[in-house]
Design a binder for this molecule. Structure first.
Ligand SMILES: Cc1cc2nc3c(=O)[nH]c(=O)nc-3n(C[C@H](O)[C@H](O)[C@H](O)COP(=O)(O)O)c2cc1C
Length: 303
Protein backbone atom coordinates (compact mmCIF):
# COMPACT_ATOMS: atom_id res chain seq x y z
CA UNK A 1 0.00 0.00 0.00
CA UNK A 2 1.48 3.32 -1.04
CA UNK A 3 -0.01 6.32 0.79
CA UNK A 4 2.46 8.96 -0.42
CA UNK A 5 1.22 11.98 -2.37
CA UNK A 6 3.05 15.03 -3.73
CA UNK A 7 2.20 18.73 -3.57
CA UNK A 8 4.33 20.75 -6.02
CA UNK A 9 7.06 18.06 -5.98
CA UNK A 10 7.11 17.96 -2.19
CA UNK A 11 6.41 14.44 -0.98
CA UNK A 12 4.00 13.80 1.90
CA UNK A 13 4.06 10.34 3.53
CA UNK A 14 0.25 10.40 3.40
CA UNK A 15 -2.39 13.00 2.46
CA UNK A 16 -3.52 13.80 6.03
CA UNK A 17 -2.83 17.36 7.25
CA UNK A 18 -4.35 18.98 10.37
CA UNK A 19 -6.06 22.21 9.22
CA UNK A 20 -4.91 25.64 10.31
CA UNK A 21 -6.42 26.95 13.53
CA UNK A 22 -7.38 23.53 14.89
CA UNK A 23 -3.90 22.29 15.75
CA UNK A 24 -2.01 25.31 17.07
CA UNK A 25 1.69 24.68 16.42
CA UNK A 26 1.34 20.99 17.21
CA UNK A 27 2.69 21.07 20.74
CA UNK A 28 -0.47 19.99 22.58
CA UNK A 29 -0.96 17.09 20.15
CA UNK A 30 2.70 16.01 20.47
CA UNK A 31 1.90 15.22 24.10
CA UNK A 32 -0.62 12.64 22.82
CA UNK A 33 1.13 11.06 19.83
CA UNK A 34 4.17 11.25 17.56
CA UNK A 35 3.39 14.02 15.05
CA UNK A 36 5.60 12.30 12.47
CA UNK A 37 2.73 10.01 11.46
CA UNK A 38 1.15 13.04 9.69
CA UNK A 39 1.53 13.89 6.00
CA UNK A 40 1.81 17.61 6.82
CA UNK A 41 0.85 20.24 9.39
CA UNK A 42 -0.80 23.58 8.62
CA UNK A 43 -0.11 25.78 11.62
CA UNK A 44 -2.24 28.56 13.14
CA UNK A 45 -3.03 31.48 10.82
CA UNK A 46 -0.25 34.02 11.26
CA UNK A 47 -0.45 37.77 10.71
CA UNK A 48 2.13 40.56 10.58
CA UNK A 49 1.27 41.83 14.08
CA UNK A 50 0.16 39.83 17.13
CA UNK A 51 -3.63 39.59 17.54
CA UNK A 52 -5.79 38.83 20.56
CA UNK A 53 -8.70 37.75 18.38
CA UNK A 54 -12.39 38.50 18.90
CA UNK A 55 -14.37 38.97 22.11
CA UNK A 56 -15.80 35.93 23.93
CA UNK A 57 -17.84 33.84 23.42
CA UNK A 58 -16.32 32.88 20.11
CA UNK A 59 -17.24 29.21 19.81
CA UNK A 60 -20.78 27.87 19.41
CA UNK A 61 -21.33 24.13 19.25
CA UNK A 62 -23.89 22.76 16.80
CA UNK A 63 -24.65 19.30 18.16
CA UNK A 64 -23.19 16.41 16.17
CA UNK A 65 -23.06 18.29 12.91
CA UNK A 66 -20.34 20.86 13.57
CA UNK A 67 -19.40 24.12 15.24
CA UNK A 68 -19.21 27.85 14.69
CA UNK A 69 -16.03 29.75 15.47
CA UNK A 70 -15.25 33.43 15.45
CA UNK A 71 -11.73 33.27 16.88
CA UNK A 72 -10.58 36.16 14.70
CA UNK A 73 -7.02 35.06 13.90
CA UNK A 74 -5.57 35.09 17.40
CA UNK A 75 -1.83 34.59 17.00
CA UNK A 76 1.46 35.92 18.41
CA UNK A 77 2.53 37.67 15.17
CA UNK A 78 5.00 36.55 12.51
CA UNK A 79 8.22 37.57 14.28
CA UNK A 80 7.36 35.51 17.35
CA UNK A 81 6.18 32.58 15.20
CA UNK A 82 9.42 32.55 13.20
CA UNK A 83 11.67 32.98 16.24
CA UNK A 84 9.94 30.64 18.70
CA UNK A 85 7.12 28.50 17.30
CA UNK A 86 8.76 27.22 14.11
CA UNK A 87 12.01 25.91 15.65
CA UNK A 88 9.92 24.11 18.30
CA UNK A 89 7.56 22.69 15.67
CA UNK A 90 10.54 21.46 13.63
CA UNK A 91 11.93 19.66 16.67
CA UNK A 92 8.64 17.81 17.05
CA UNK A 93 7.91 17.24 13.38
CA UNK A 94 10.11 16.39 10.39
CA UNK A 95 7.37 16.26 7.73
CA UNK A 96 5.85 18.93 5.50
CA UNK A 97 5.01 22.24 7.19
CA UNK A 98 2.43 24.60 5.69
CA UNK A 99 2.57 28.21 6.87
CA UNK A 100 -0.97 29.61 6.99
CA UNK A 101 -0.76 33.37 6.45
CA UNK A 102 -3.45 36.03 6.75
CA UNK A 103 -3.54 39.80 6.34
CA UNK A 104 -5.54 42.99 6.15
CA UNK A 105 -3.83 44.53 3.13
CA UNK A 106 -1.69 43.38 0.22
CA UNK A 107 1.32 44.80 2.10
CA UNK A 108 0.49 42.61 5.12
CA UNK A 109 0.31 39.47 3.02
CA UNK A 110 3.56 40.30 1.25
CA UNK A 111 5.39 41.06 4.49
CA UNK A 112 4.32 37.88 6.28
CA UNK A 113 4.83 35.66 3.22
CA UNK A 114 8.38 36.97 2.75
CA UNK A 115 9.14 36.07 6.38
CA UNK A 116 7.69 32.57 5.87
CA UNK A 117 9.55 32.17 2.59
CA UNK A 118 12.83 32.77 4.42
CA UNK A 119 12.00 30.50 7.37
CA UNK A 120 13.80 27.17 6.79
CA UNK A 121 11.07 25.25 8.66
CA UNK A 122 8.37 26.19 6.14
CA UNK A 123 7.80 24.05 3.02
CA UNK A 124 4.58 25.49 1.57
CA UNK A 125 2.93 28.88 2.06
CA UNK A 126 -0.84 28.63 2.47
CA UNK A 127 -2.39 32.06 1.97
CA UNK A 128 -5.70 32.46 3.75
CA UNK A 129 -7.90 34.83 1.73
CA UNK A 130 -11.00 33.37 3.34
CA UNK A 131 -11.21 34.17 7.07
CA UNK A 132 -14.84 35.17 7.72
CA UNK A 133 -14.20 36.40 11.26
CA UNK A 134 -12.20 39.60 10.78
CA UNK A 135 -13.35 42.91 9.39
CA UNK A 136 -11.62 44.70 6.52
CA UNK A 137 -9.45 41.78 5.58
CA UNK A 138 -9.30 38.03 5.26
CA UNK A 139 -12.36 36.98 3.33
CA UNK A 140 -12.62 40.33 1.53
CA UNK A 141 -9.67 39.16 -0.61
CA UNK A 142 -11.21 35.79 -1.36
CA UNK A 143 -14.67 36.77 -2.52
CA UNK A 144 -13.77 38.73 -5.65
CA UNK A 145 -11.65 37.27 -8.46
CA UNK A 146 -9.76 40.58 -8.98
CA UNK A 147 -8.75 40.84 -5.32
CA UNK A 148 -7.78 37.16 -5.13
CA UNK A 149 -5.67 37.61 -8.23
CA UNK A 150 -3.99 40.71 -6.81
CA UNK A 151 -2.96 38.98 -3.56
CA UNK A 152 -1.73 35.91 -5.43
CA UNK A 153 0.35 37.95 -7.86
CA UNK A 154 1.85 40.08 -5.09
CA UNK A 155 2.80 37.07 -2.98
CA UNK A 156 4.16 35.07 -5.90
CA UNK A 157 6.37 37.99 -6.91
CA UNK A 158 8.27 37.90 -3.60
CA UNK A 159 8.41 34.18 -2.72
CA UNK A 160 10.21 31.06 -3.93
CA UNK A 161 8.29 28.37 -2.10
CA UNK A 162 5.04 26.88 -3.43
CA UNK A 163 2.07 29.16 -2.73
CA UNK A 164 -1.36 27.63 -2.10
CA UNK A 165 -4.31 30.01 -1.90
CA UNK A 166 -6.99 29.04 0.65
CA UNK A 167 -10.43 29.78 -0.75
CA UNK A 168 -13.70 30.84 0.81
CA UNK A 169 -16.95 28.91 0.26
CA UNK A 170 -18.91 32.15 0.84
CA UNK A 171 -19.11 32.99 -2.85
CA UNK A 172 -21.50 32.45 -5.74
CA UNK A 173 -18.95 30.78 -8.00
CA UNK A 174 -15.81 29.38 -6.37
CA UNK A 175 -14.39 28.35 -9.76
CA UNK A 176 -14.06 32.02 -10.78
CA UNK A 177 -11.87 32.71 -7.72
CA UNK A 178 -9.92 29.47 -8.26
CA UNK A 179 -9.20 30.34 -11.89
CA UNK A 180 -8.14 33.88 -10.94
CA UNK A 181 -5.60 32.48 -8.45
CA UNK A 182 -4.32 29.94 -10.95
CA UNK A 183 -3.89 32.59 -13.63
CA UNK A 184 -1.98 34.79 -11.16
CA UNK A 185 0.51 31.98 -10.58
CA UNK A 186 -0.79 30.05 -7.55
CA UNK A 187 0.96 26.68 -7.26
CA UNK A 188 -2.09 25.10 -5.67
CA UNK A 189 -5.37 25.74 -3.88
CA UNK A 190 -6.81 24.77 -0.52
CA UNK A 191 -10.56 24.67 0.04
CA UNK A 192 -12.83 25.19 1.87
CA UNK A 193 -12.51 27.60 4.76
CA UNK A 194 -15.57 27.91 7.03
CA UNK A 195 -19.10 28.79 5.90
CA UNK A 196 -20.55 31.96 7.43
CA UNK A 197 -23.19 31.01 9.99
CA UNK A 198 -25.07 32.09 13.12
CA UNK A 199 -26.68 30.69 16.30
CA UNK A 200 -29.10 32.48 18.63
CA UNK A 201 -29.43 31.84 22.38
CA UNK A 202 -33.24 31.61 22.53
CA UNK A 203 -33.37 32.30 26.29
CA UNK A 204 -31.22 35.42 26.11
CA UNK A 205 -32.68 36.33 22.69
CA UNK A 206 -29.21 37.22 21.45
CA UNK A 207 -26.60 35.84 19.09
CA UNK A 208 -24.46 33.18 20.84
CA UNK A 209 -21.25 34.62 19.38
CA UNK A 210 -20.05 38.04 20.52
CA UNK A 211 -19.06 38.56 16.88
CA UNK A 212 -22.72 37.75 15.90
CA UNK A 213 -21.64 35.60 12.92
CA UNK A 214 -18.99 32.91 12.75
CA UNK A 215 -17.51 30.24 10.51
CA UNK A 216 -19.35 26.93 10.37
CA UNK A 217 -17.28 23.77 10.01
CA UNK A 218 -17.35 20.09 10.94
CA UNK A 219 -19.15 17.04 9.51
CA UNK A 220 -22.19 19.07 8.37
CA UNK A 221 -20.12 20.93 5.76
CA UNK A 222 -18.60 17.81 4.17
CA UNK A 223 -20.98 17.50 1.17
CA UNK A 224 -20.59 21.22 0.42
CA UNK A 225 -16.79 21.03 0.63
CA UNK A 226 -16.78 17.93 -1.57
CA UNK A 227 -18.93 19.64 -4.19
CA UNK A 228 -16.66 22.69 -4.23
CA UNK A 229 -13.46 20.61 -4.44
CA UNK A 230 -14.99 18.75 -7.37
CA UNK A 231 -16.07 21.96 -9.12
CA UNK A 232 -12.62 23.49 -8.71
CA UNK A 233 -10.87 20.26 -9.79
CA UNK A 234 -12.86 20.41 -13.01
CA UNK A 235 -11.88 24.05 -13.56
CA UNK A 236 -8.11 24.20 -12.82
CA UNK A 237 -4.90 22.18 -13.35
CA UNK A 238 -3.09 23.00 -10.08
CA UNK A 239 -3.24 20.58 -7.12
CA UNK A 240 -5.98 20.97 -4.53
CA UNK A 241 -5.90 20.39 -0.79
CA UNK A 242 -9.46 19.39 0.13
CA UNK A 243 -10.82 20.51 3.49
CA UNK A 244 -14.17 20.66 5.28
CA UNK A 245 -15.95 18.15 7.49
CA UNK A 246 -13.40 15.36 7.14
CA UNK A 247 -13.42 13.09 10.20
CA UNK A 248 -12.51 9.61 8.99
CA UNK A 249 -10.37 7.76 6.42
CA UNK A 250 -13.41 7.17 4.20
CA UNK A 251 -13.86 10.97 3.94
CA UNK A 252 -10.20 11.34 2.89
CA UNK A 253 -10.70 8.84 0.07
CA UNK A 254 -13.93 10.57 -0.99
CA UNK A 255 -12.21 14.00 -1.00
CA UNK A 256 -9.41 12.58 -3.15
CA UNK A 257 -11.85 10.99 -5.57
CA UNK A 258 -13.50 14.42 -5.89
CA UNK A 259 -10.13 15.84 -6.98
CA UNK A 260 -8.01 16.57 -3.90
CA UNK A 261 -4.33 15.57 -3.80
CA UNK A 262 -4.12 16.02 -0.02
CA UNK A 263 -6.74 16.52 2.70
CA UNK A 264 -6.92 18.77 5.74
CA UNK A 265 -8.75 17.83 8.93
CA UNK A 266 -10.05 20.70 11.08
CA UNK A 267 -12.88 20.60 13.62
CA UNK A 268 -12.47 16.83 14.07
CA UNK A 269 -9.22 17.53 16.00
CA UNK A 270 -11.21 19.56 18.53
CA UNK A 271 -13.76 16.79 19.08
CA UNK A 272 -11.24 13.94 19.13
CA UNK A 273 -7.58 14.96 19.49
CA UNK A 274 -6.54 11.55 18.13
CA UNK A 275 -8.57 12.03 14.92
CA UNK A 276 -5.65 12.59 12.51
CA UNK A 277 -3.63 9.69 13.91
CA UNK A 278 -6.65 7.36 13.70
CA UNK A 279 -7.30 8.41 10.08
CA UNK A 280 -3.65 7.78 9.14
CA UNK A 281 -3.72 4.35 10.78
CA UNK A 282 -6.99 3.31 9.14
CA UNK A 283 -5.99 4.48 5.65
CA UNK A 284 -3.89 1.45 4.52
CA UNK A 285 -6.57 -1.00 5.68
CA UNK A 286 -9.25 0.97 3.86
CA UNK A 287 -7.08 1.04 0.72
CA UNK A 288 -6.84 -2.74 0.91
CA UNK A 289 -10.63 -3.04 1.22
CA UNK A 290 -11.12 -0.74 -1.77
CA UNK A 291 -8.29 -2.40 -3.76
CA UNK A 292 -6.28 0.80 -4.03
CA UNK A 293 -2.56 0.10 -4.45
CA UNK A 294 -1.37 3.72 -4.78
CA UNK A 295 -3.41 6.53 -3.27
CA UNK A 296 -2.48 8.81 -6.17
CA UNK A 297 -4.48 6.60 -8.54
CA UNK A 298 -7.79 7.79 -7.05
CA UNK A 299 -7.12 11.54 -7.29
CA UNK A 300 -9.97 13.04 -9.29
CA UNK A 301 -11.46 9.73 -10.48
CA UNK A 302 -14.89 11.27 -9.90
CA UNK A 303 -13.93 14.45 -11.68
C1 LIG B 1 -11.30 27.18 15.73
C2 LIG B 1 -10.93 27.31 14.27
C3 LIG B 1 -9.91 28.20 13.90
C4 LIG B 1 -9.55 28.34 12.55
N1 LIG B 1 -8.52 29.17 12.20
C5 LIG B 1 -8.10 29.22 10.90
C6 LIG B 1 -6.96 30.00 10.53
O1 LIG B 1 -6.28 30.62 11.36
N2 LIG B 1 -6.60 30.03 9.21
C7 LIG B 1 -7.32 29.33 8.25
O2 LIG B 1 -6.97 29.38 7.05
N3 LIG B 1 -8.39 28.57 8.58
C8 LIG B 1 -8.79 28.51 9.87
N4 LIG B 1 -9.86 27.70 10.21
C9 LIG B 1 -10.56 26.96 9.15
C10 LIG B 1 -10.06 25.51 9.06
O3 LIG B 1 -8.67 25.46 8.78
C11 LIG B 1 -10.85 24.73 7.98
O4 LIG B 1 -10.64 25.34 6.71
C12 LIG B 1 -12.36 24.71 8.25
O5 LIG B 1 -12.61 24.61 9.63
C13 LIG B 1 -13.08 23.57 7.52
O6 LIG B 1 -12.58 22.32 7.92
P1 LIG B 1 -13.30 21.40 9.06
O7 LIG B 1 -14.74 21.27 8.67
O8 LIG B 1 -12.54 20.11 9.02
O9 LIG B 1 -13.15 22.14 10.36
C14 LIG B 1 -10.23 27.57 11.55
C15 LIG B 1 -11.26 26.69 11.94
C16 LIG B 1 -11.60 26.53 13.28
C17 LIG B 1 -12.69 25.55 13.64
Amino acid sequence: MNTTVSLSNIELRNPVIPASGTYGFGEEFAALYDLNVLGGISFKGTTREARYGNALPRIAECGGYGMLNAVGLQNPGVEHVVAHELPRLRELYKGVVLANVSGFSIDDYVYTCVRMDKAPEVDIIEVNISCPNVHNGGMAFGTQPEAAEEVTRAVKAVTHKPVYMKLSPNVTDITAIARACEEAGADGLCLINTILGMRIDIRRRRPVLANRYGGYSGPGVFPVALRMVNQVARAVQVPIIGCGGVEKAEDVVEMMMAGATAVEVGAANLVNPMACKEIVERLPRLMEELEIENLTEIIGVAR
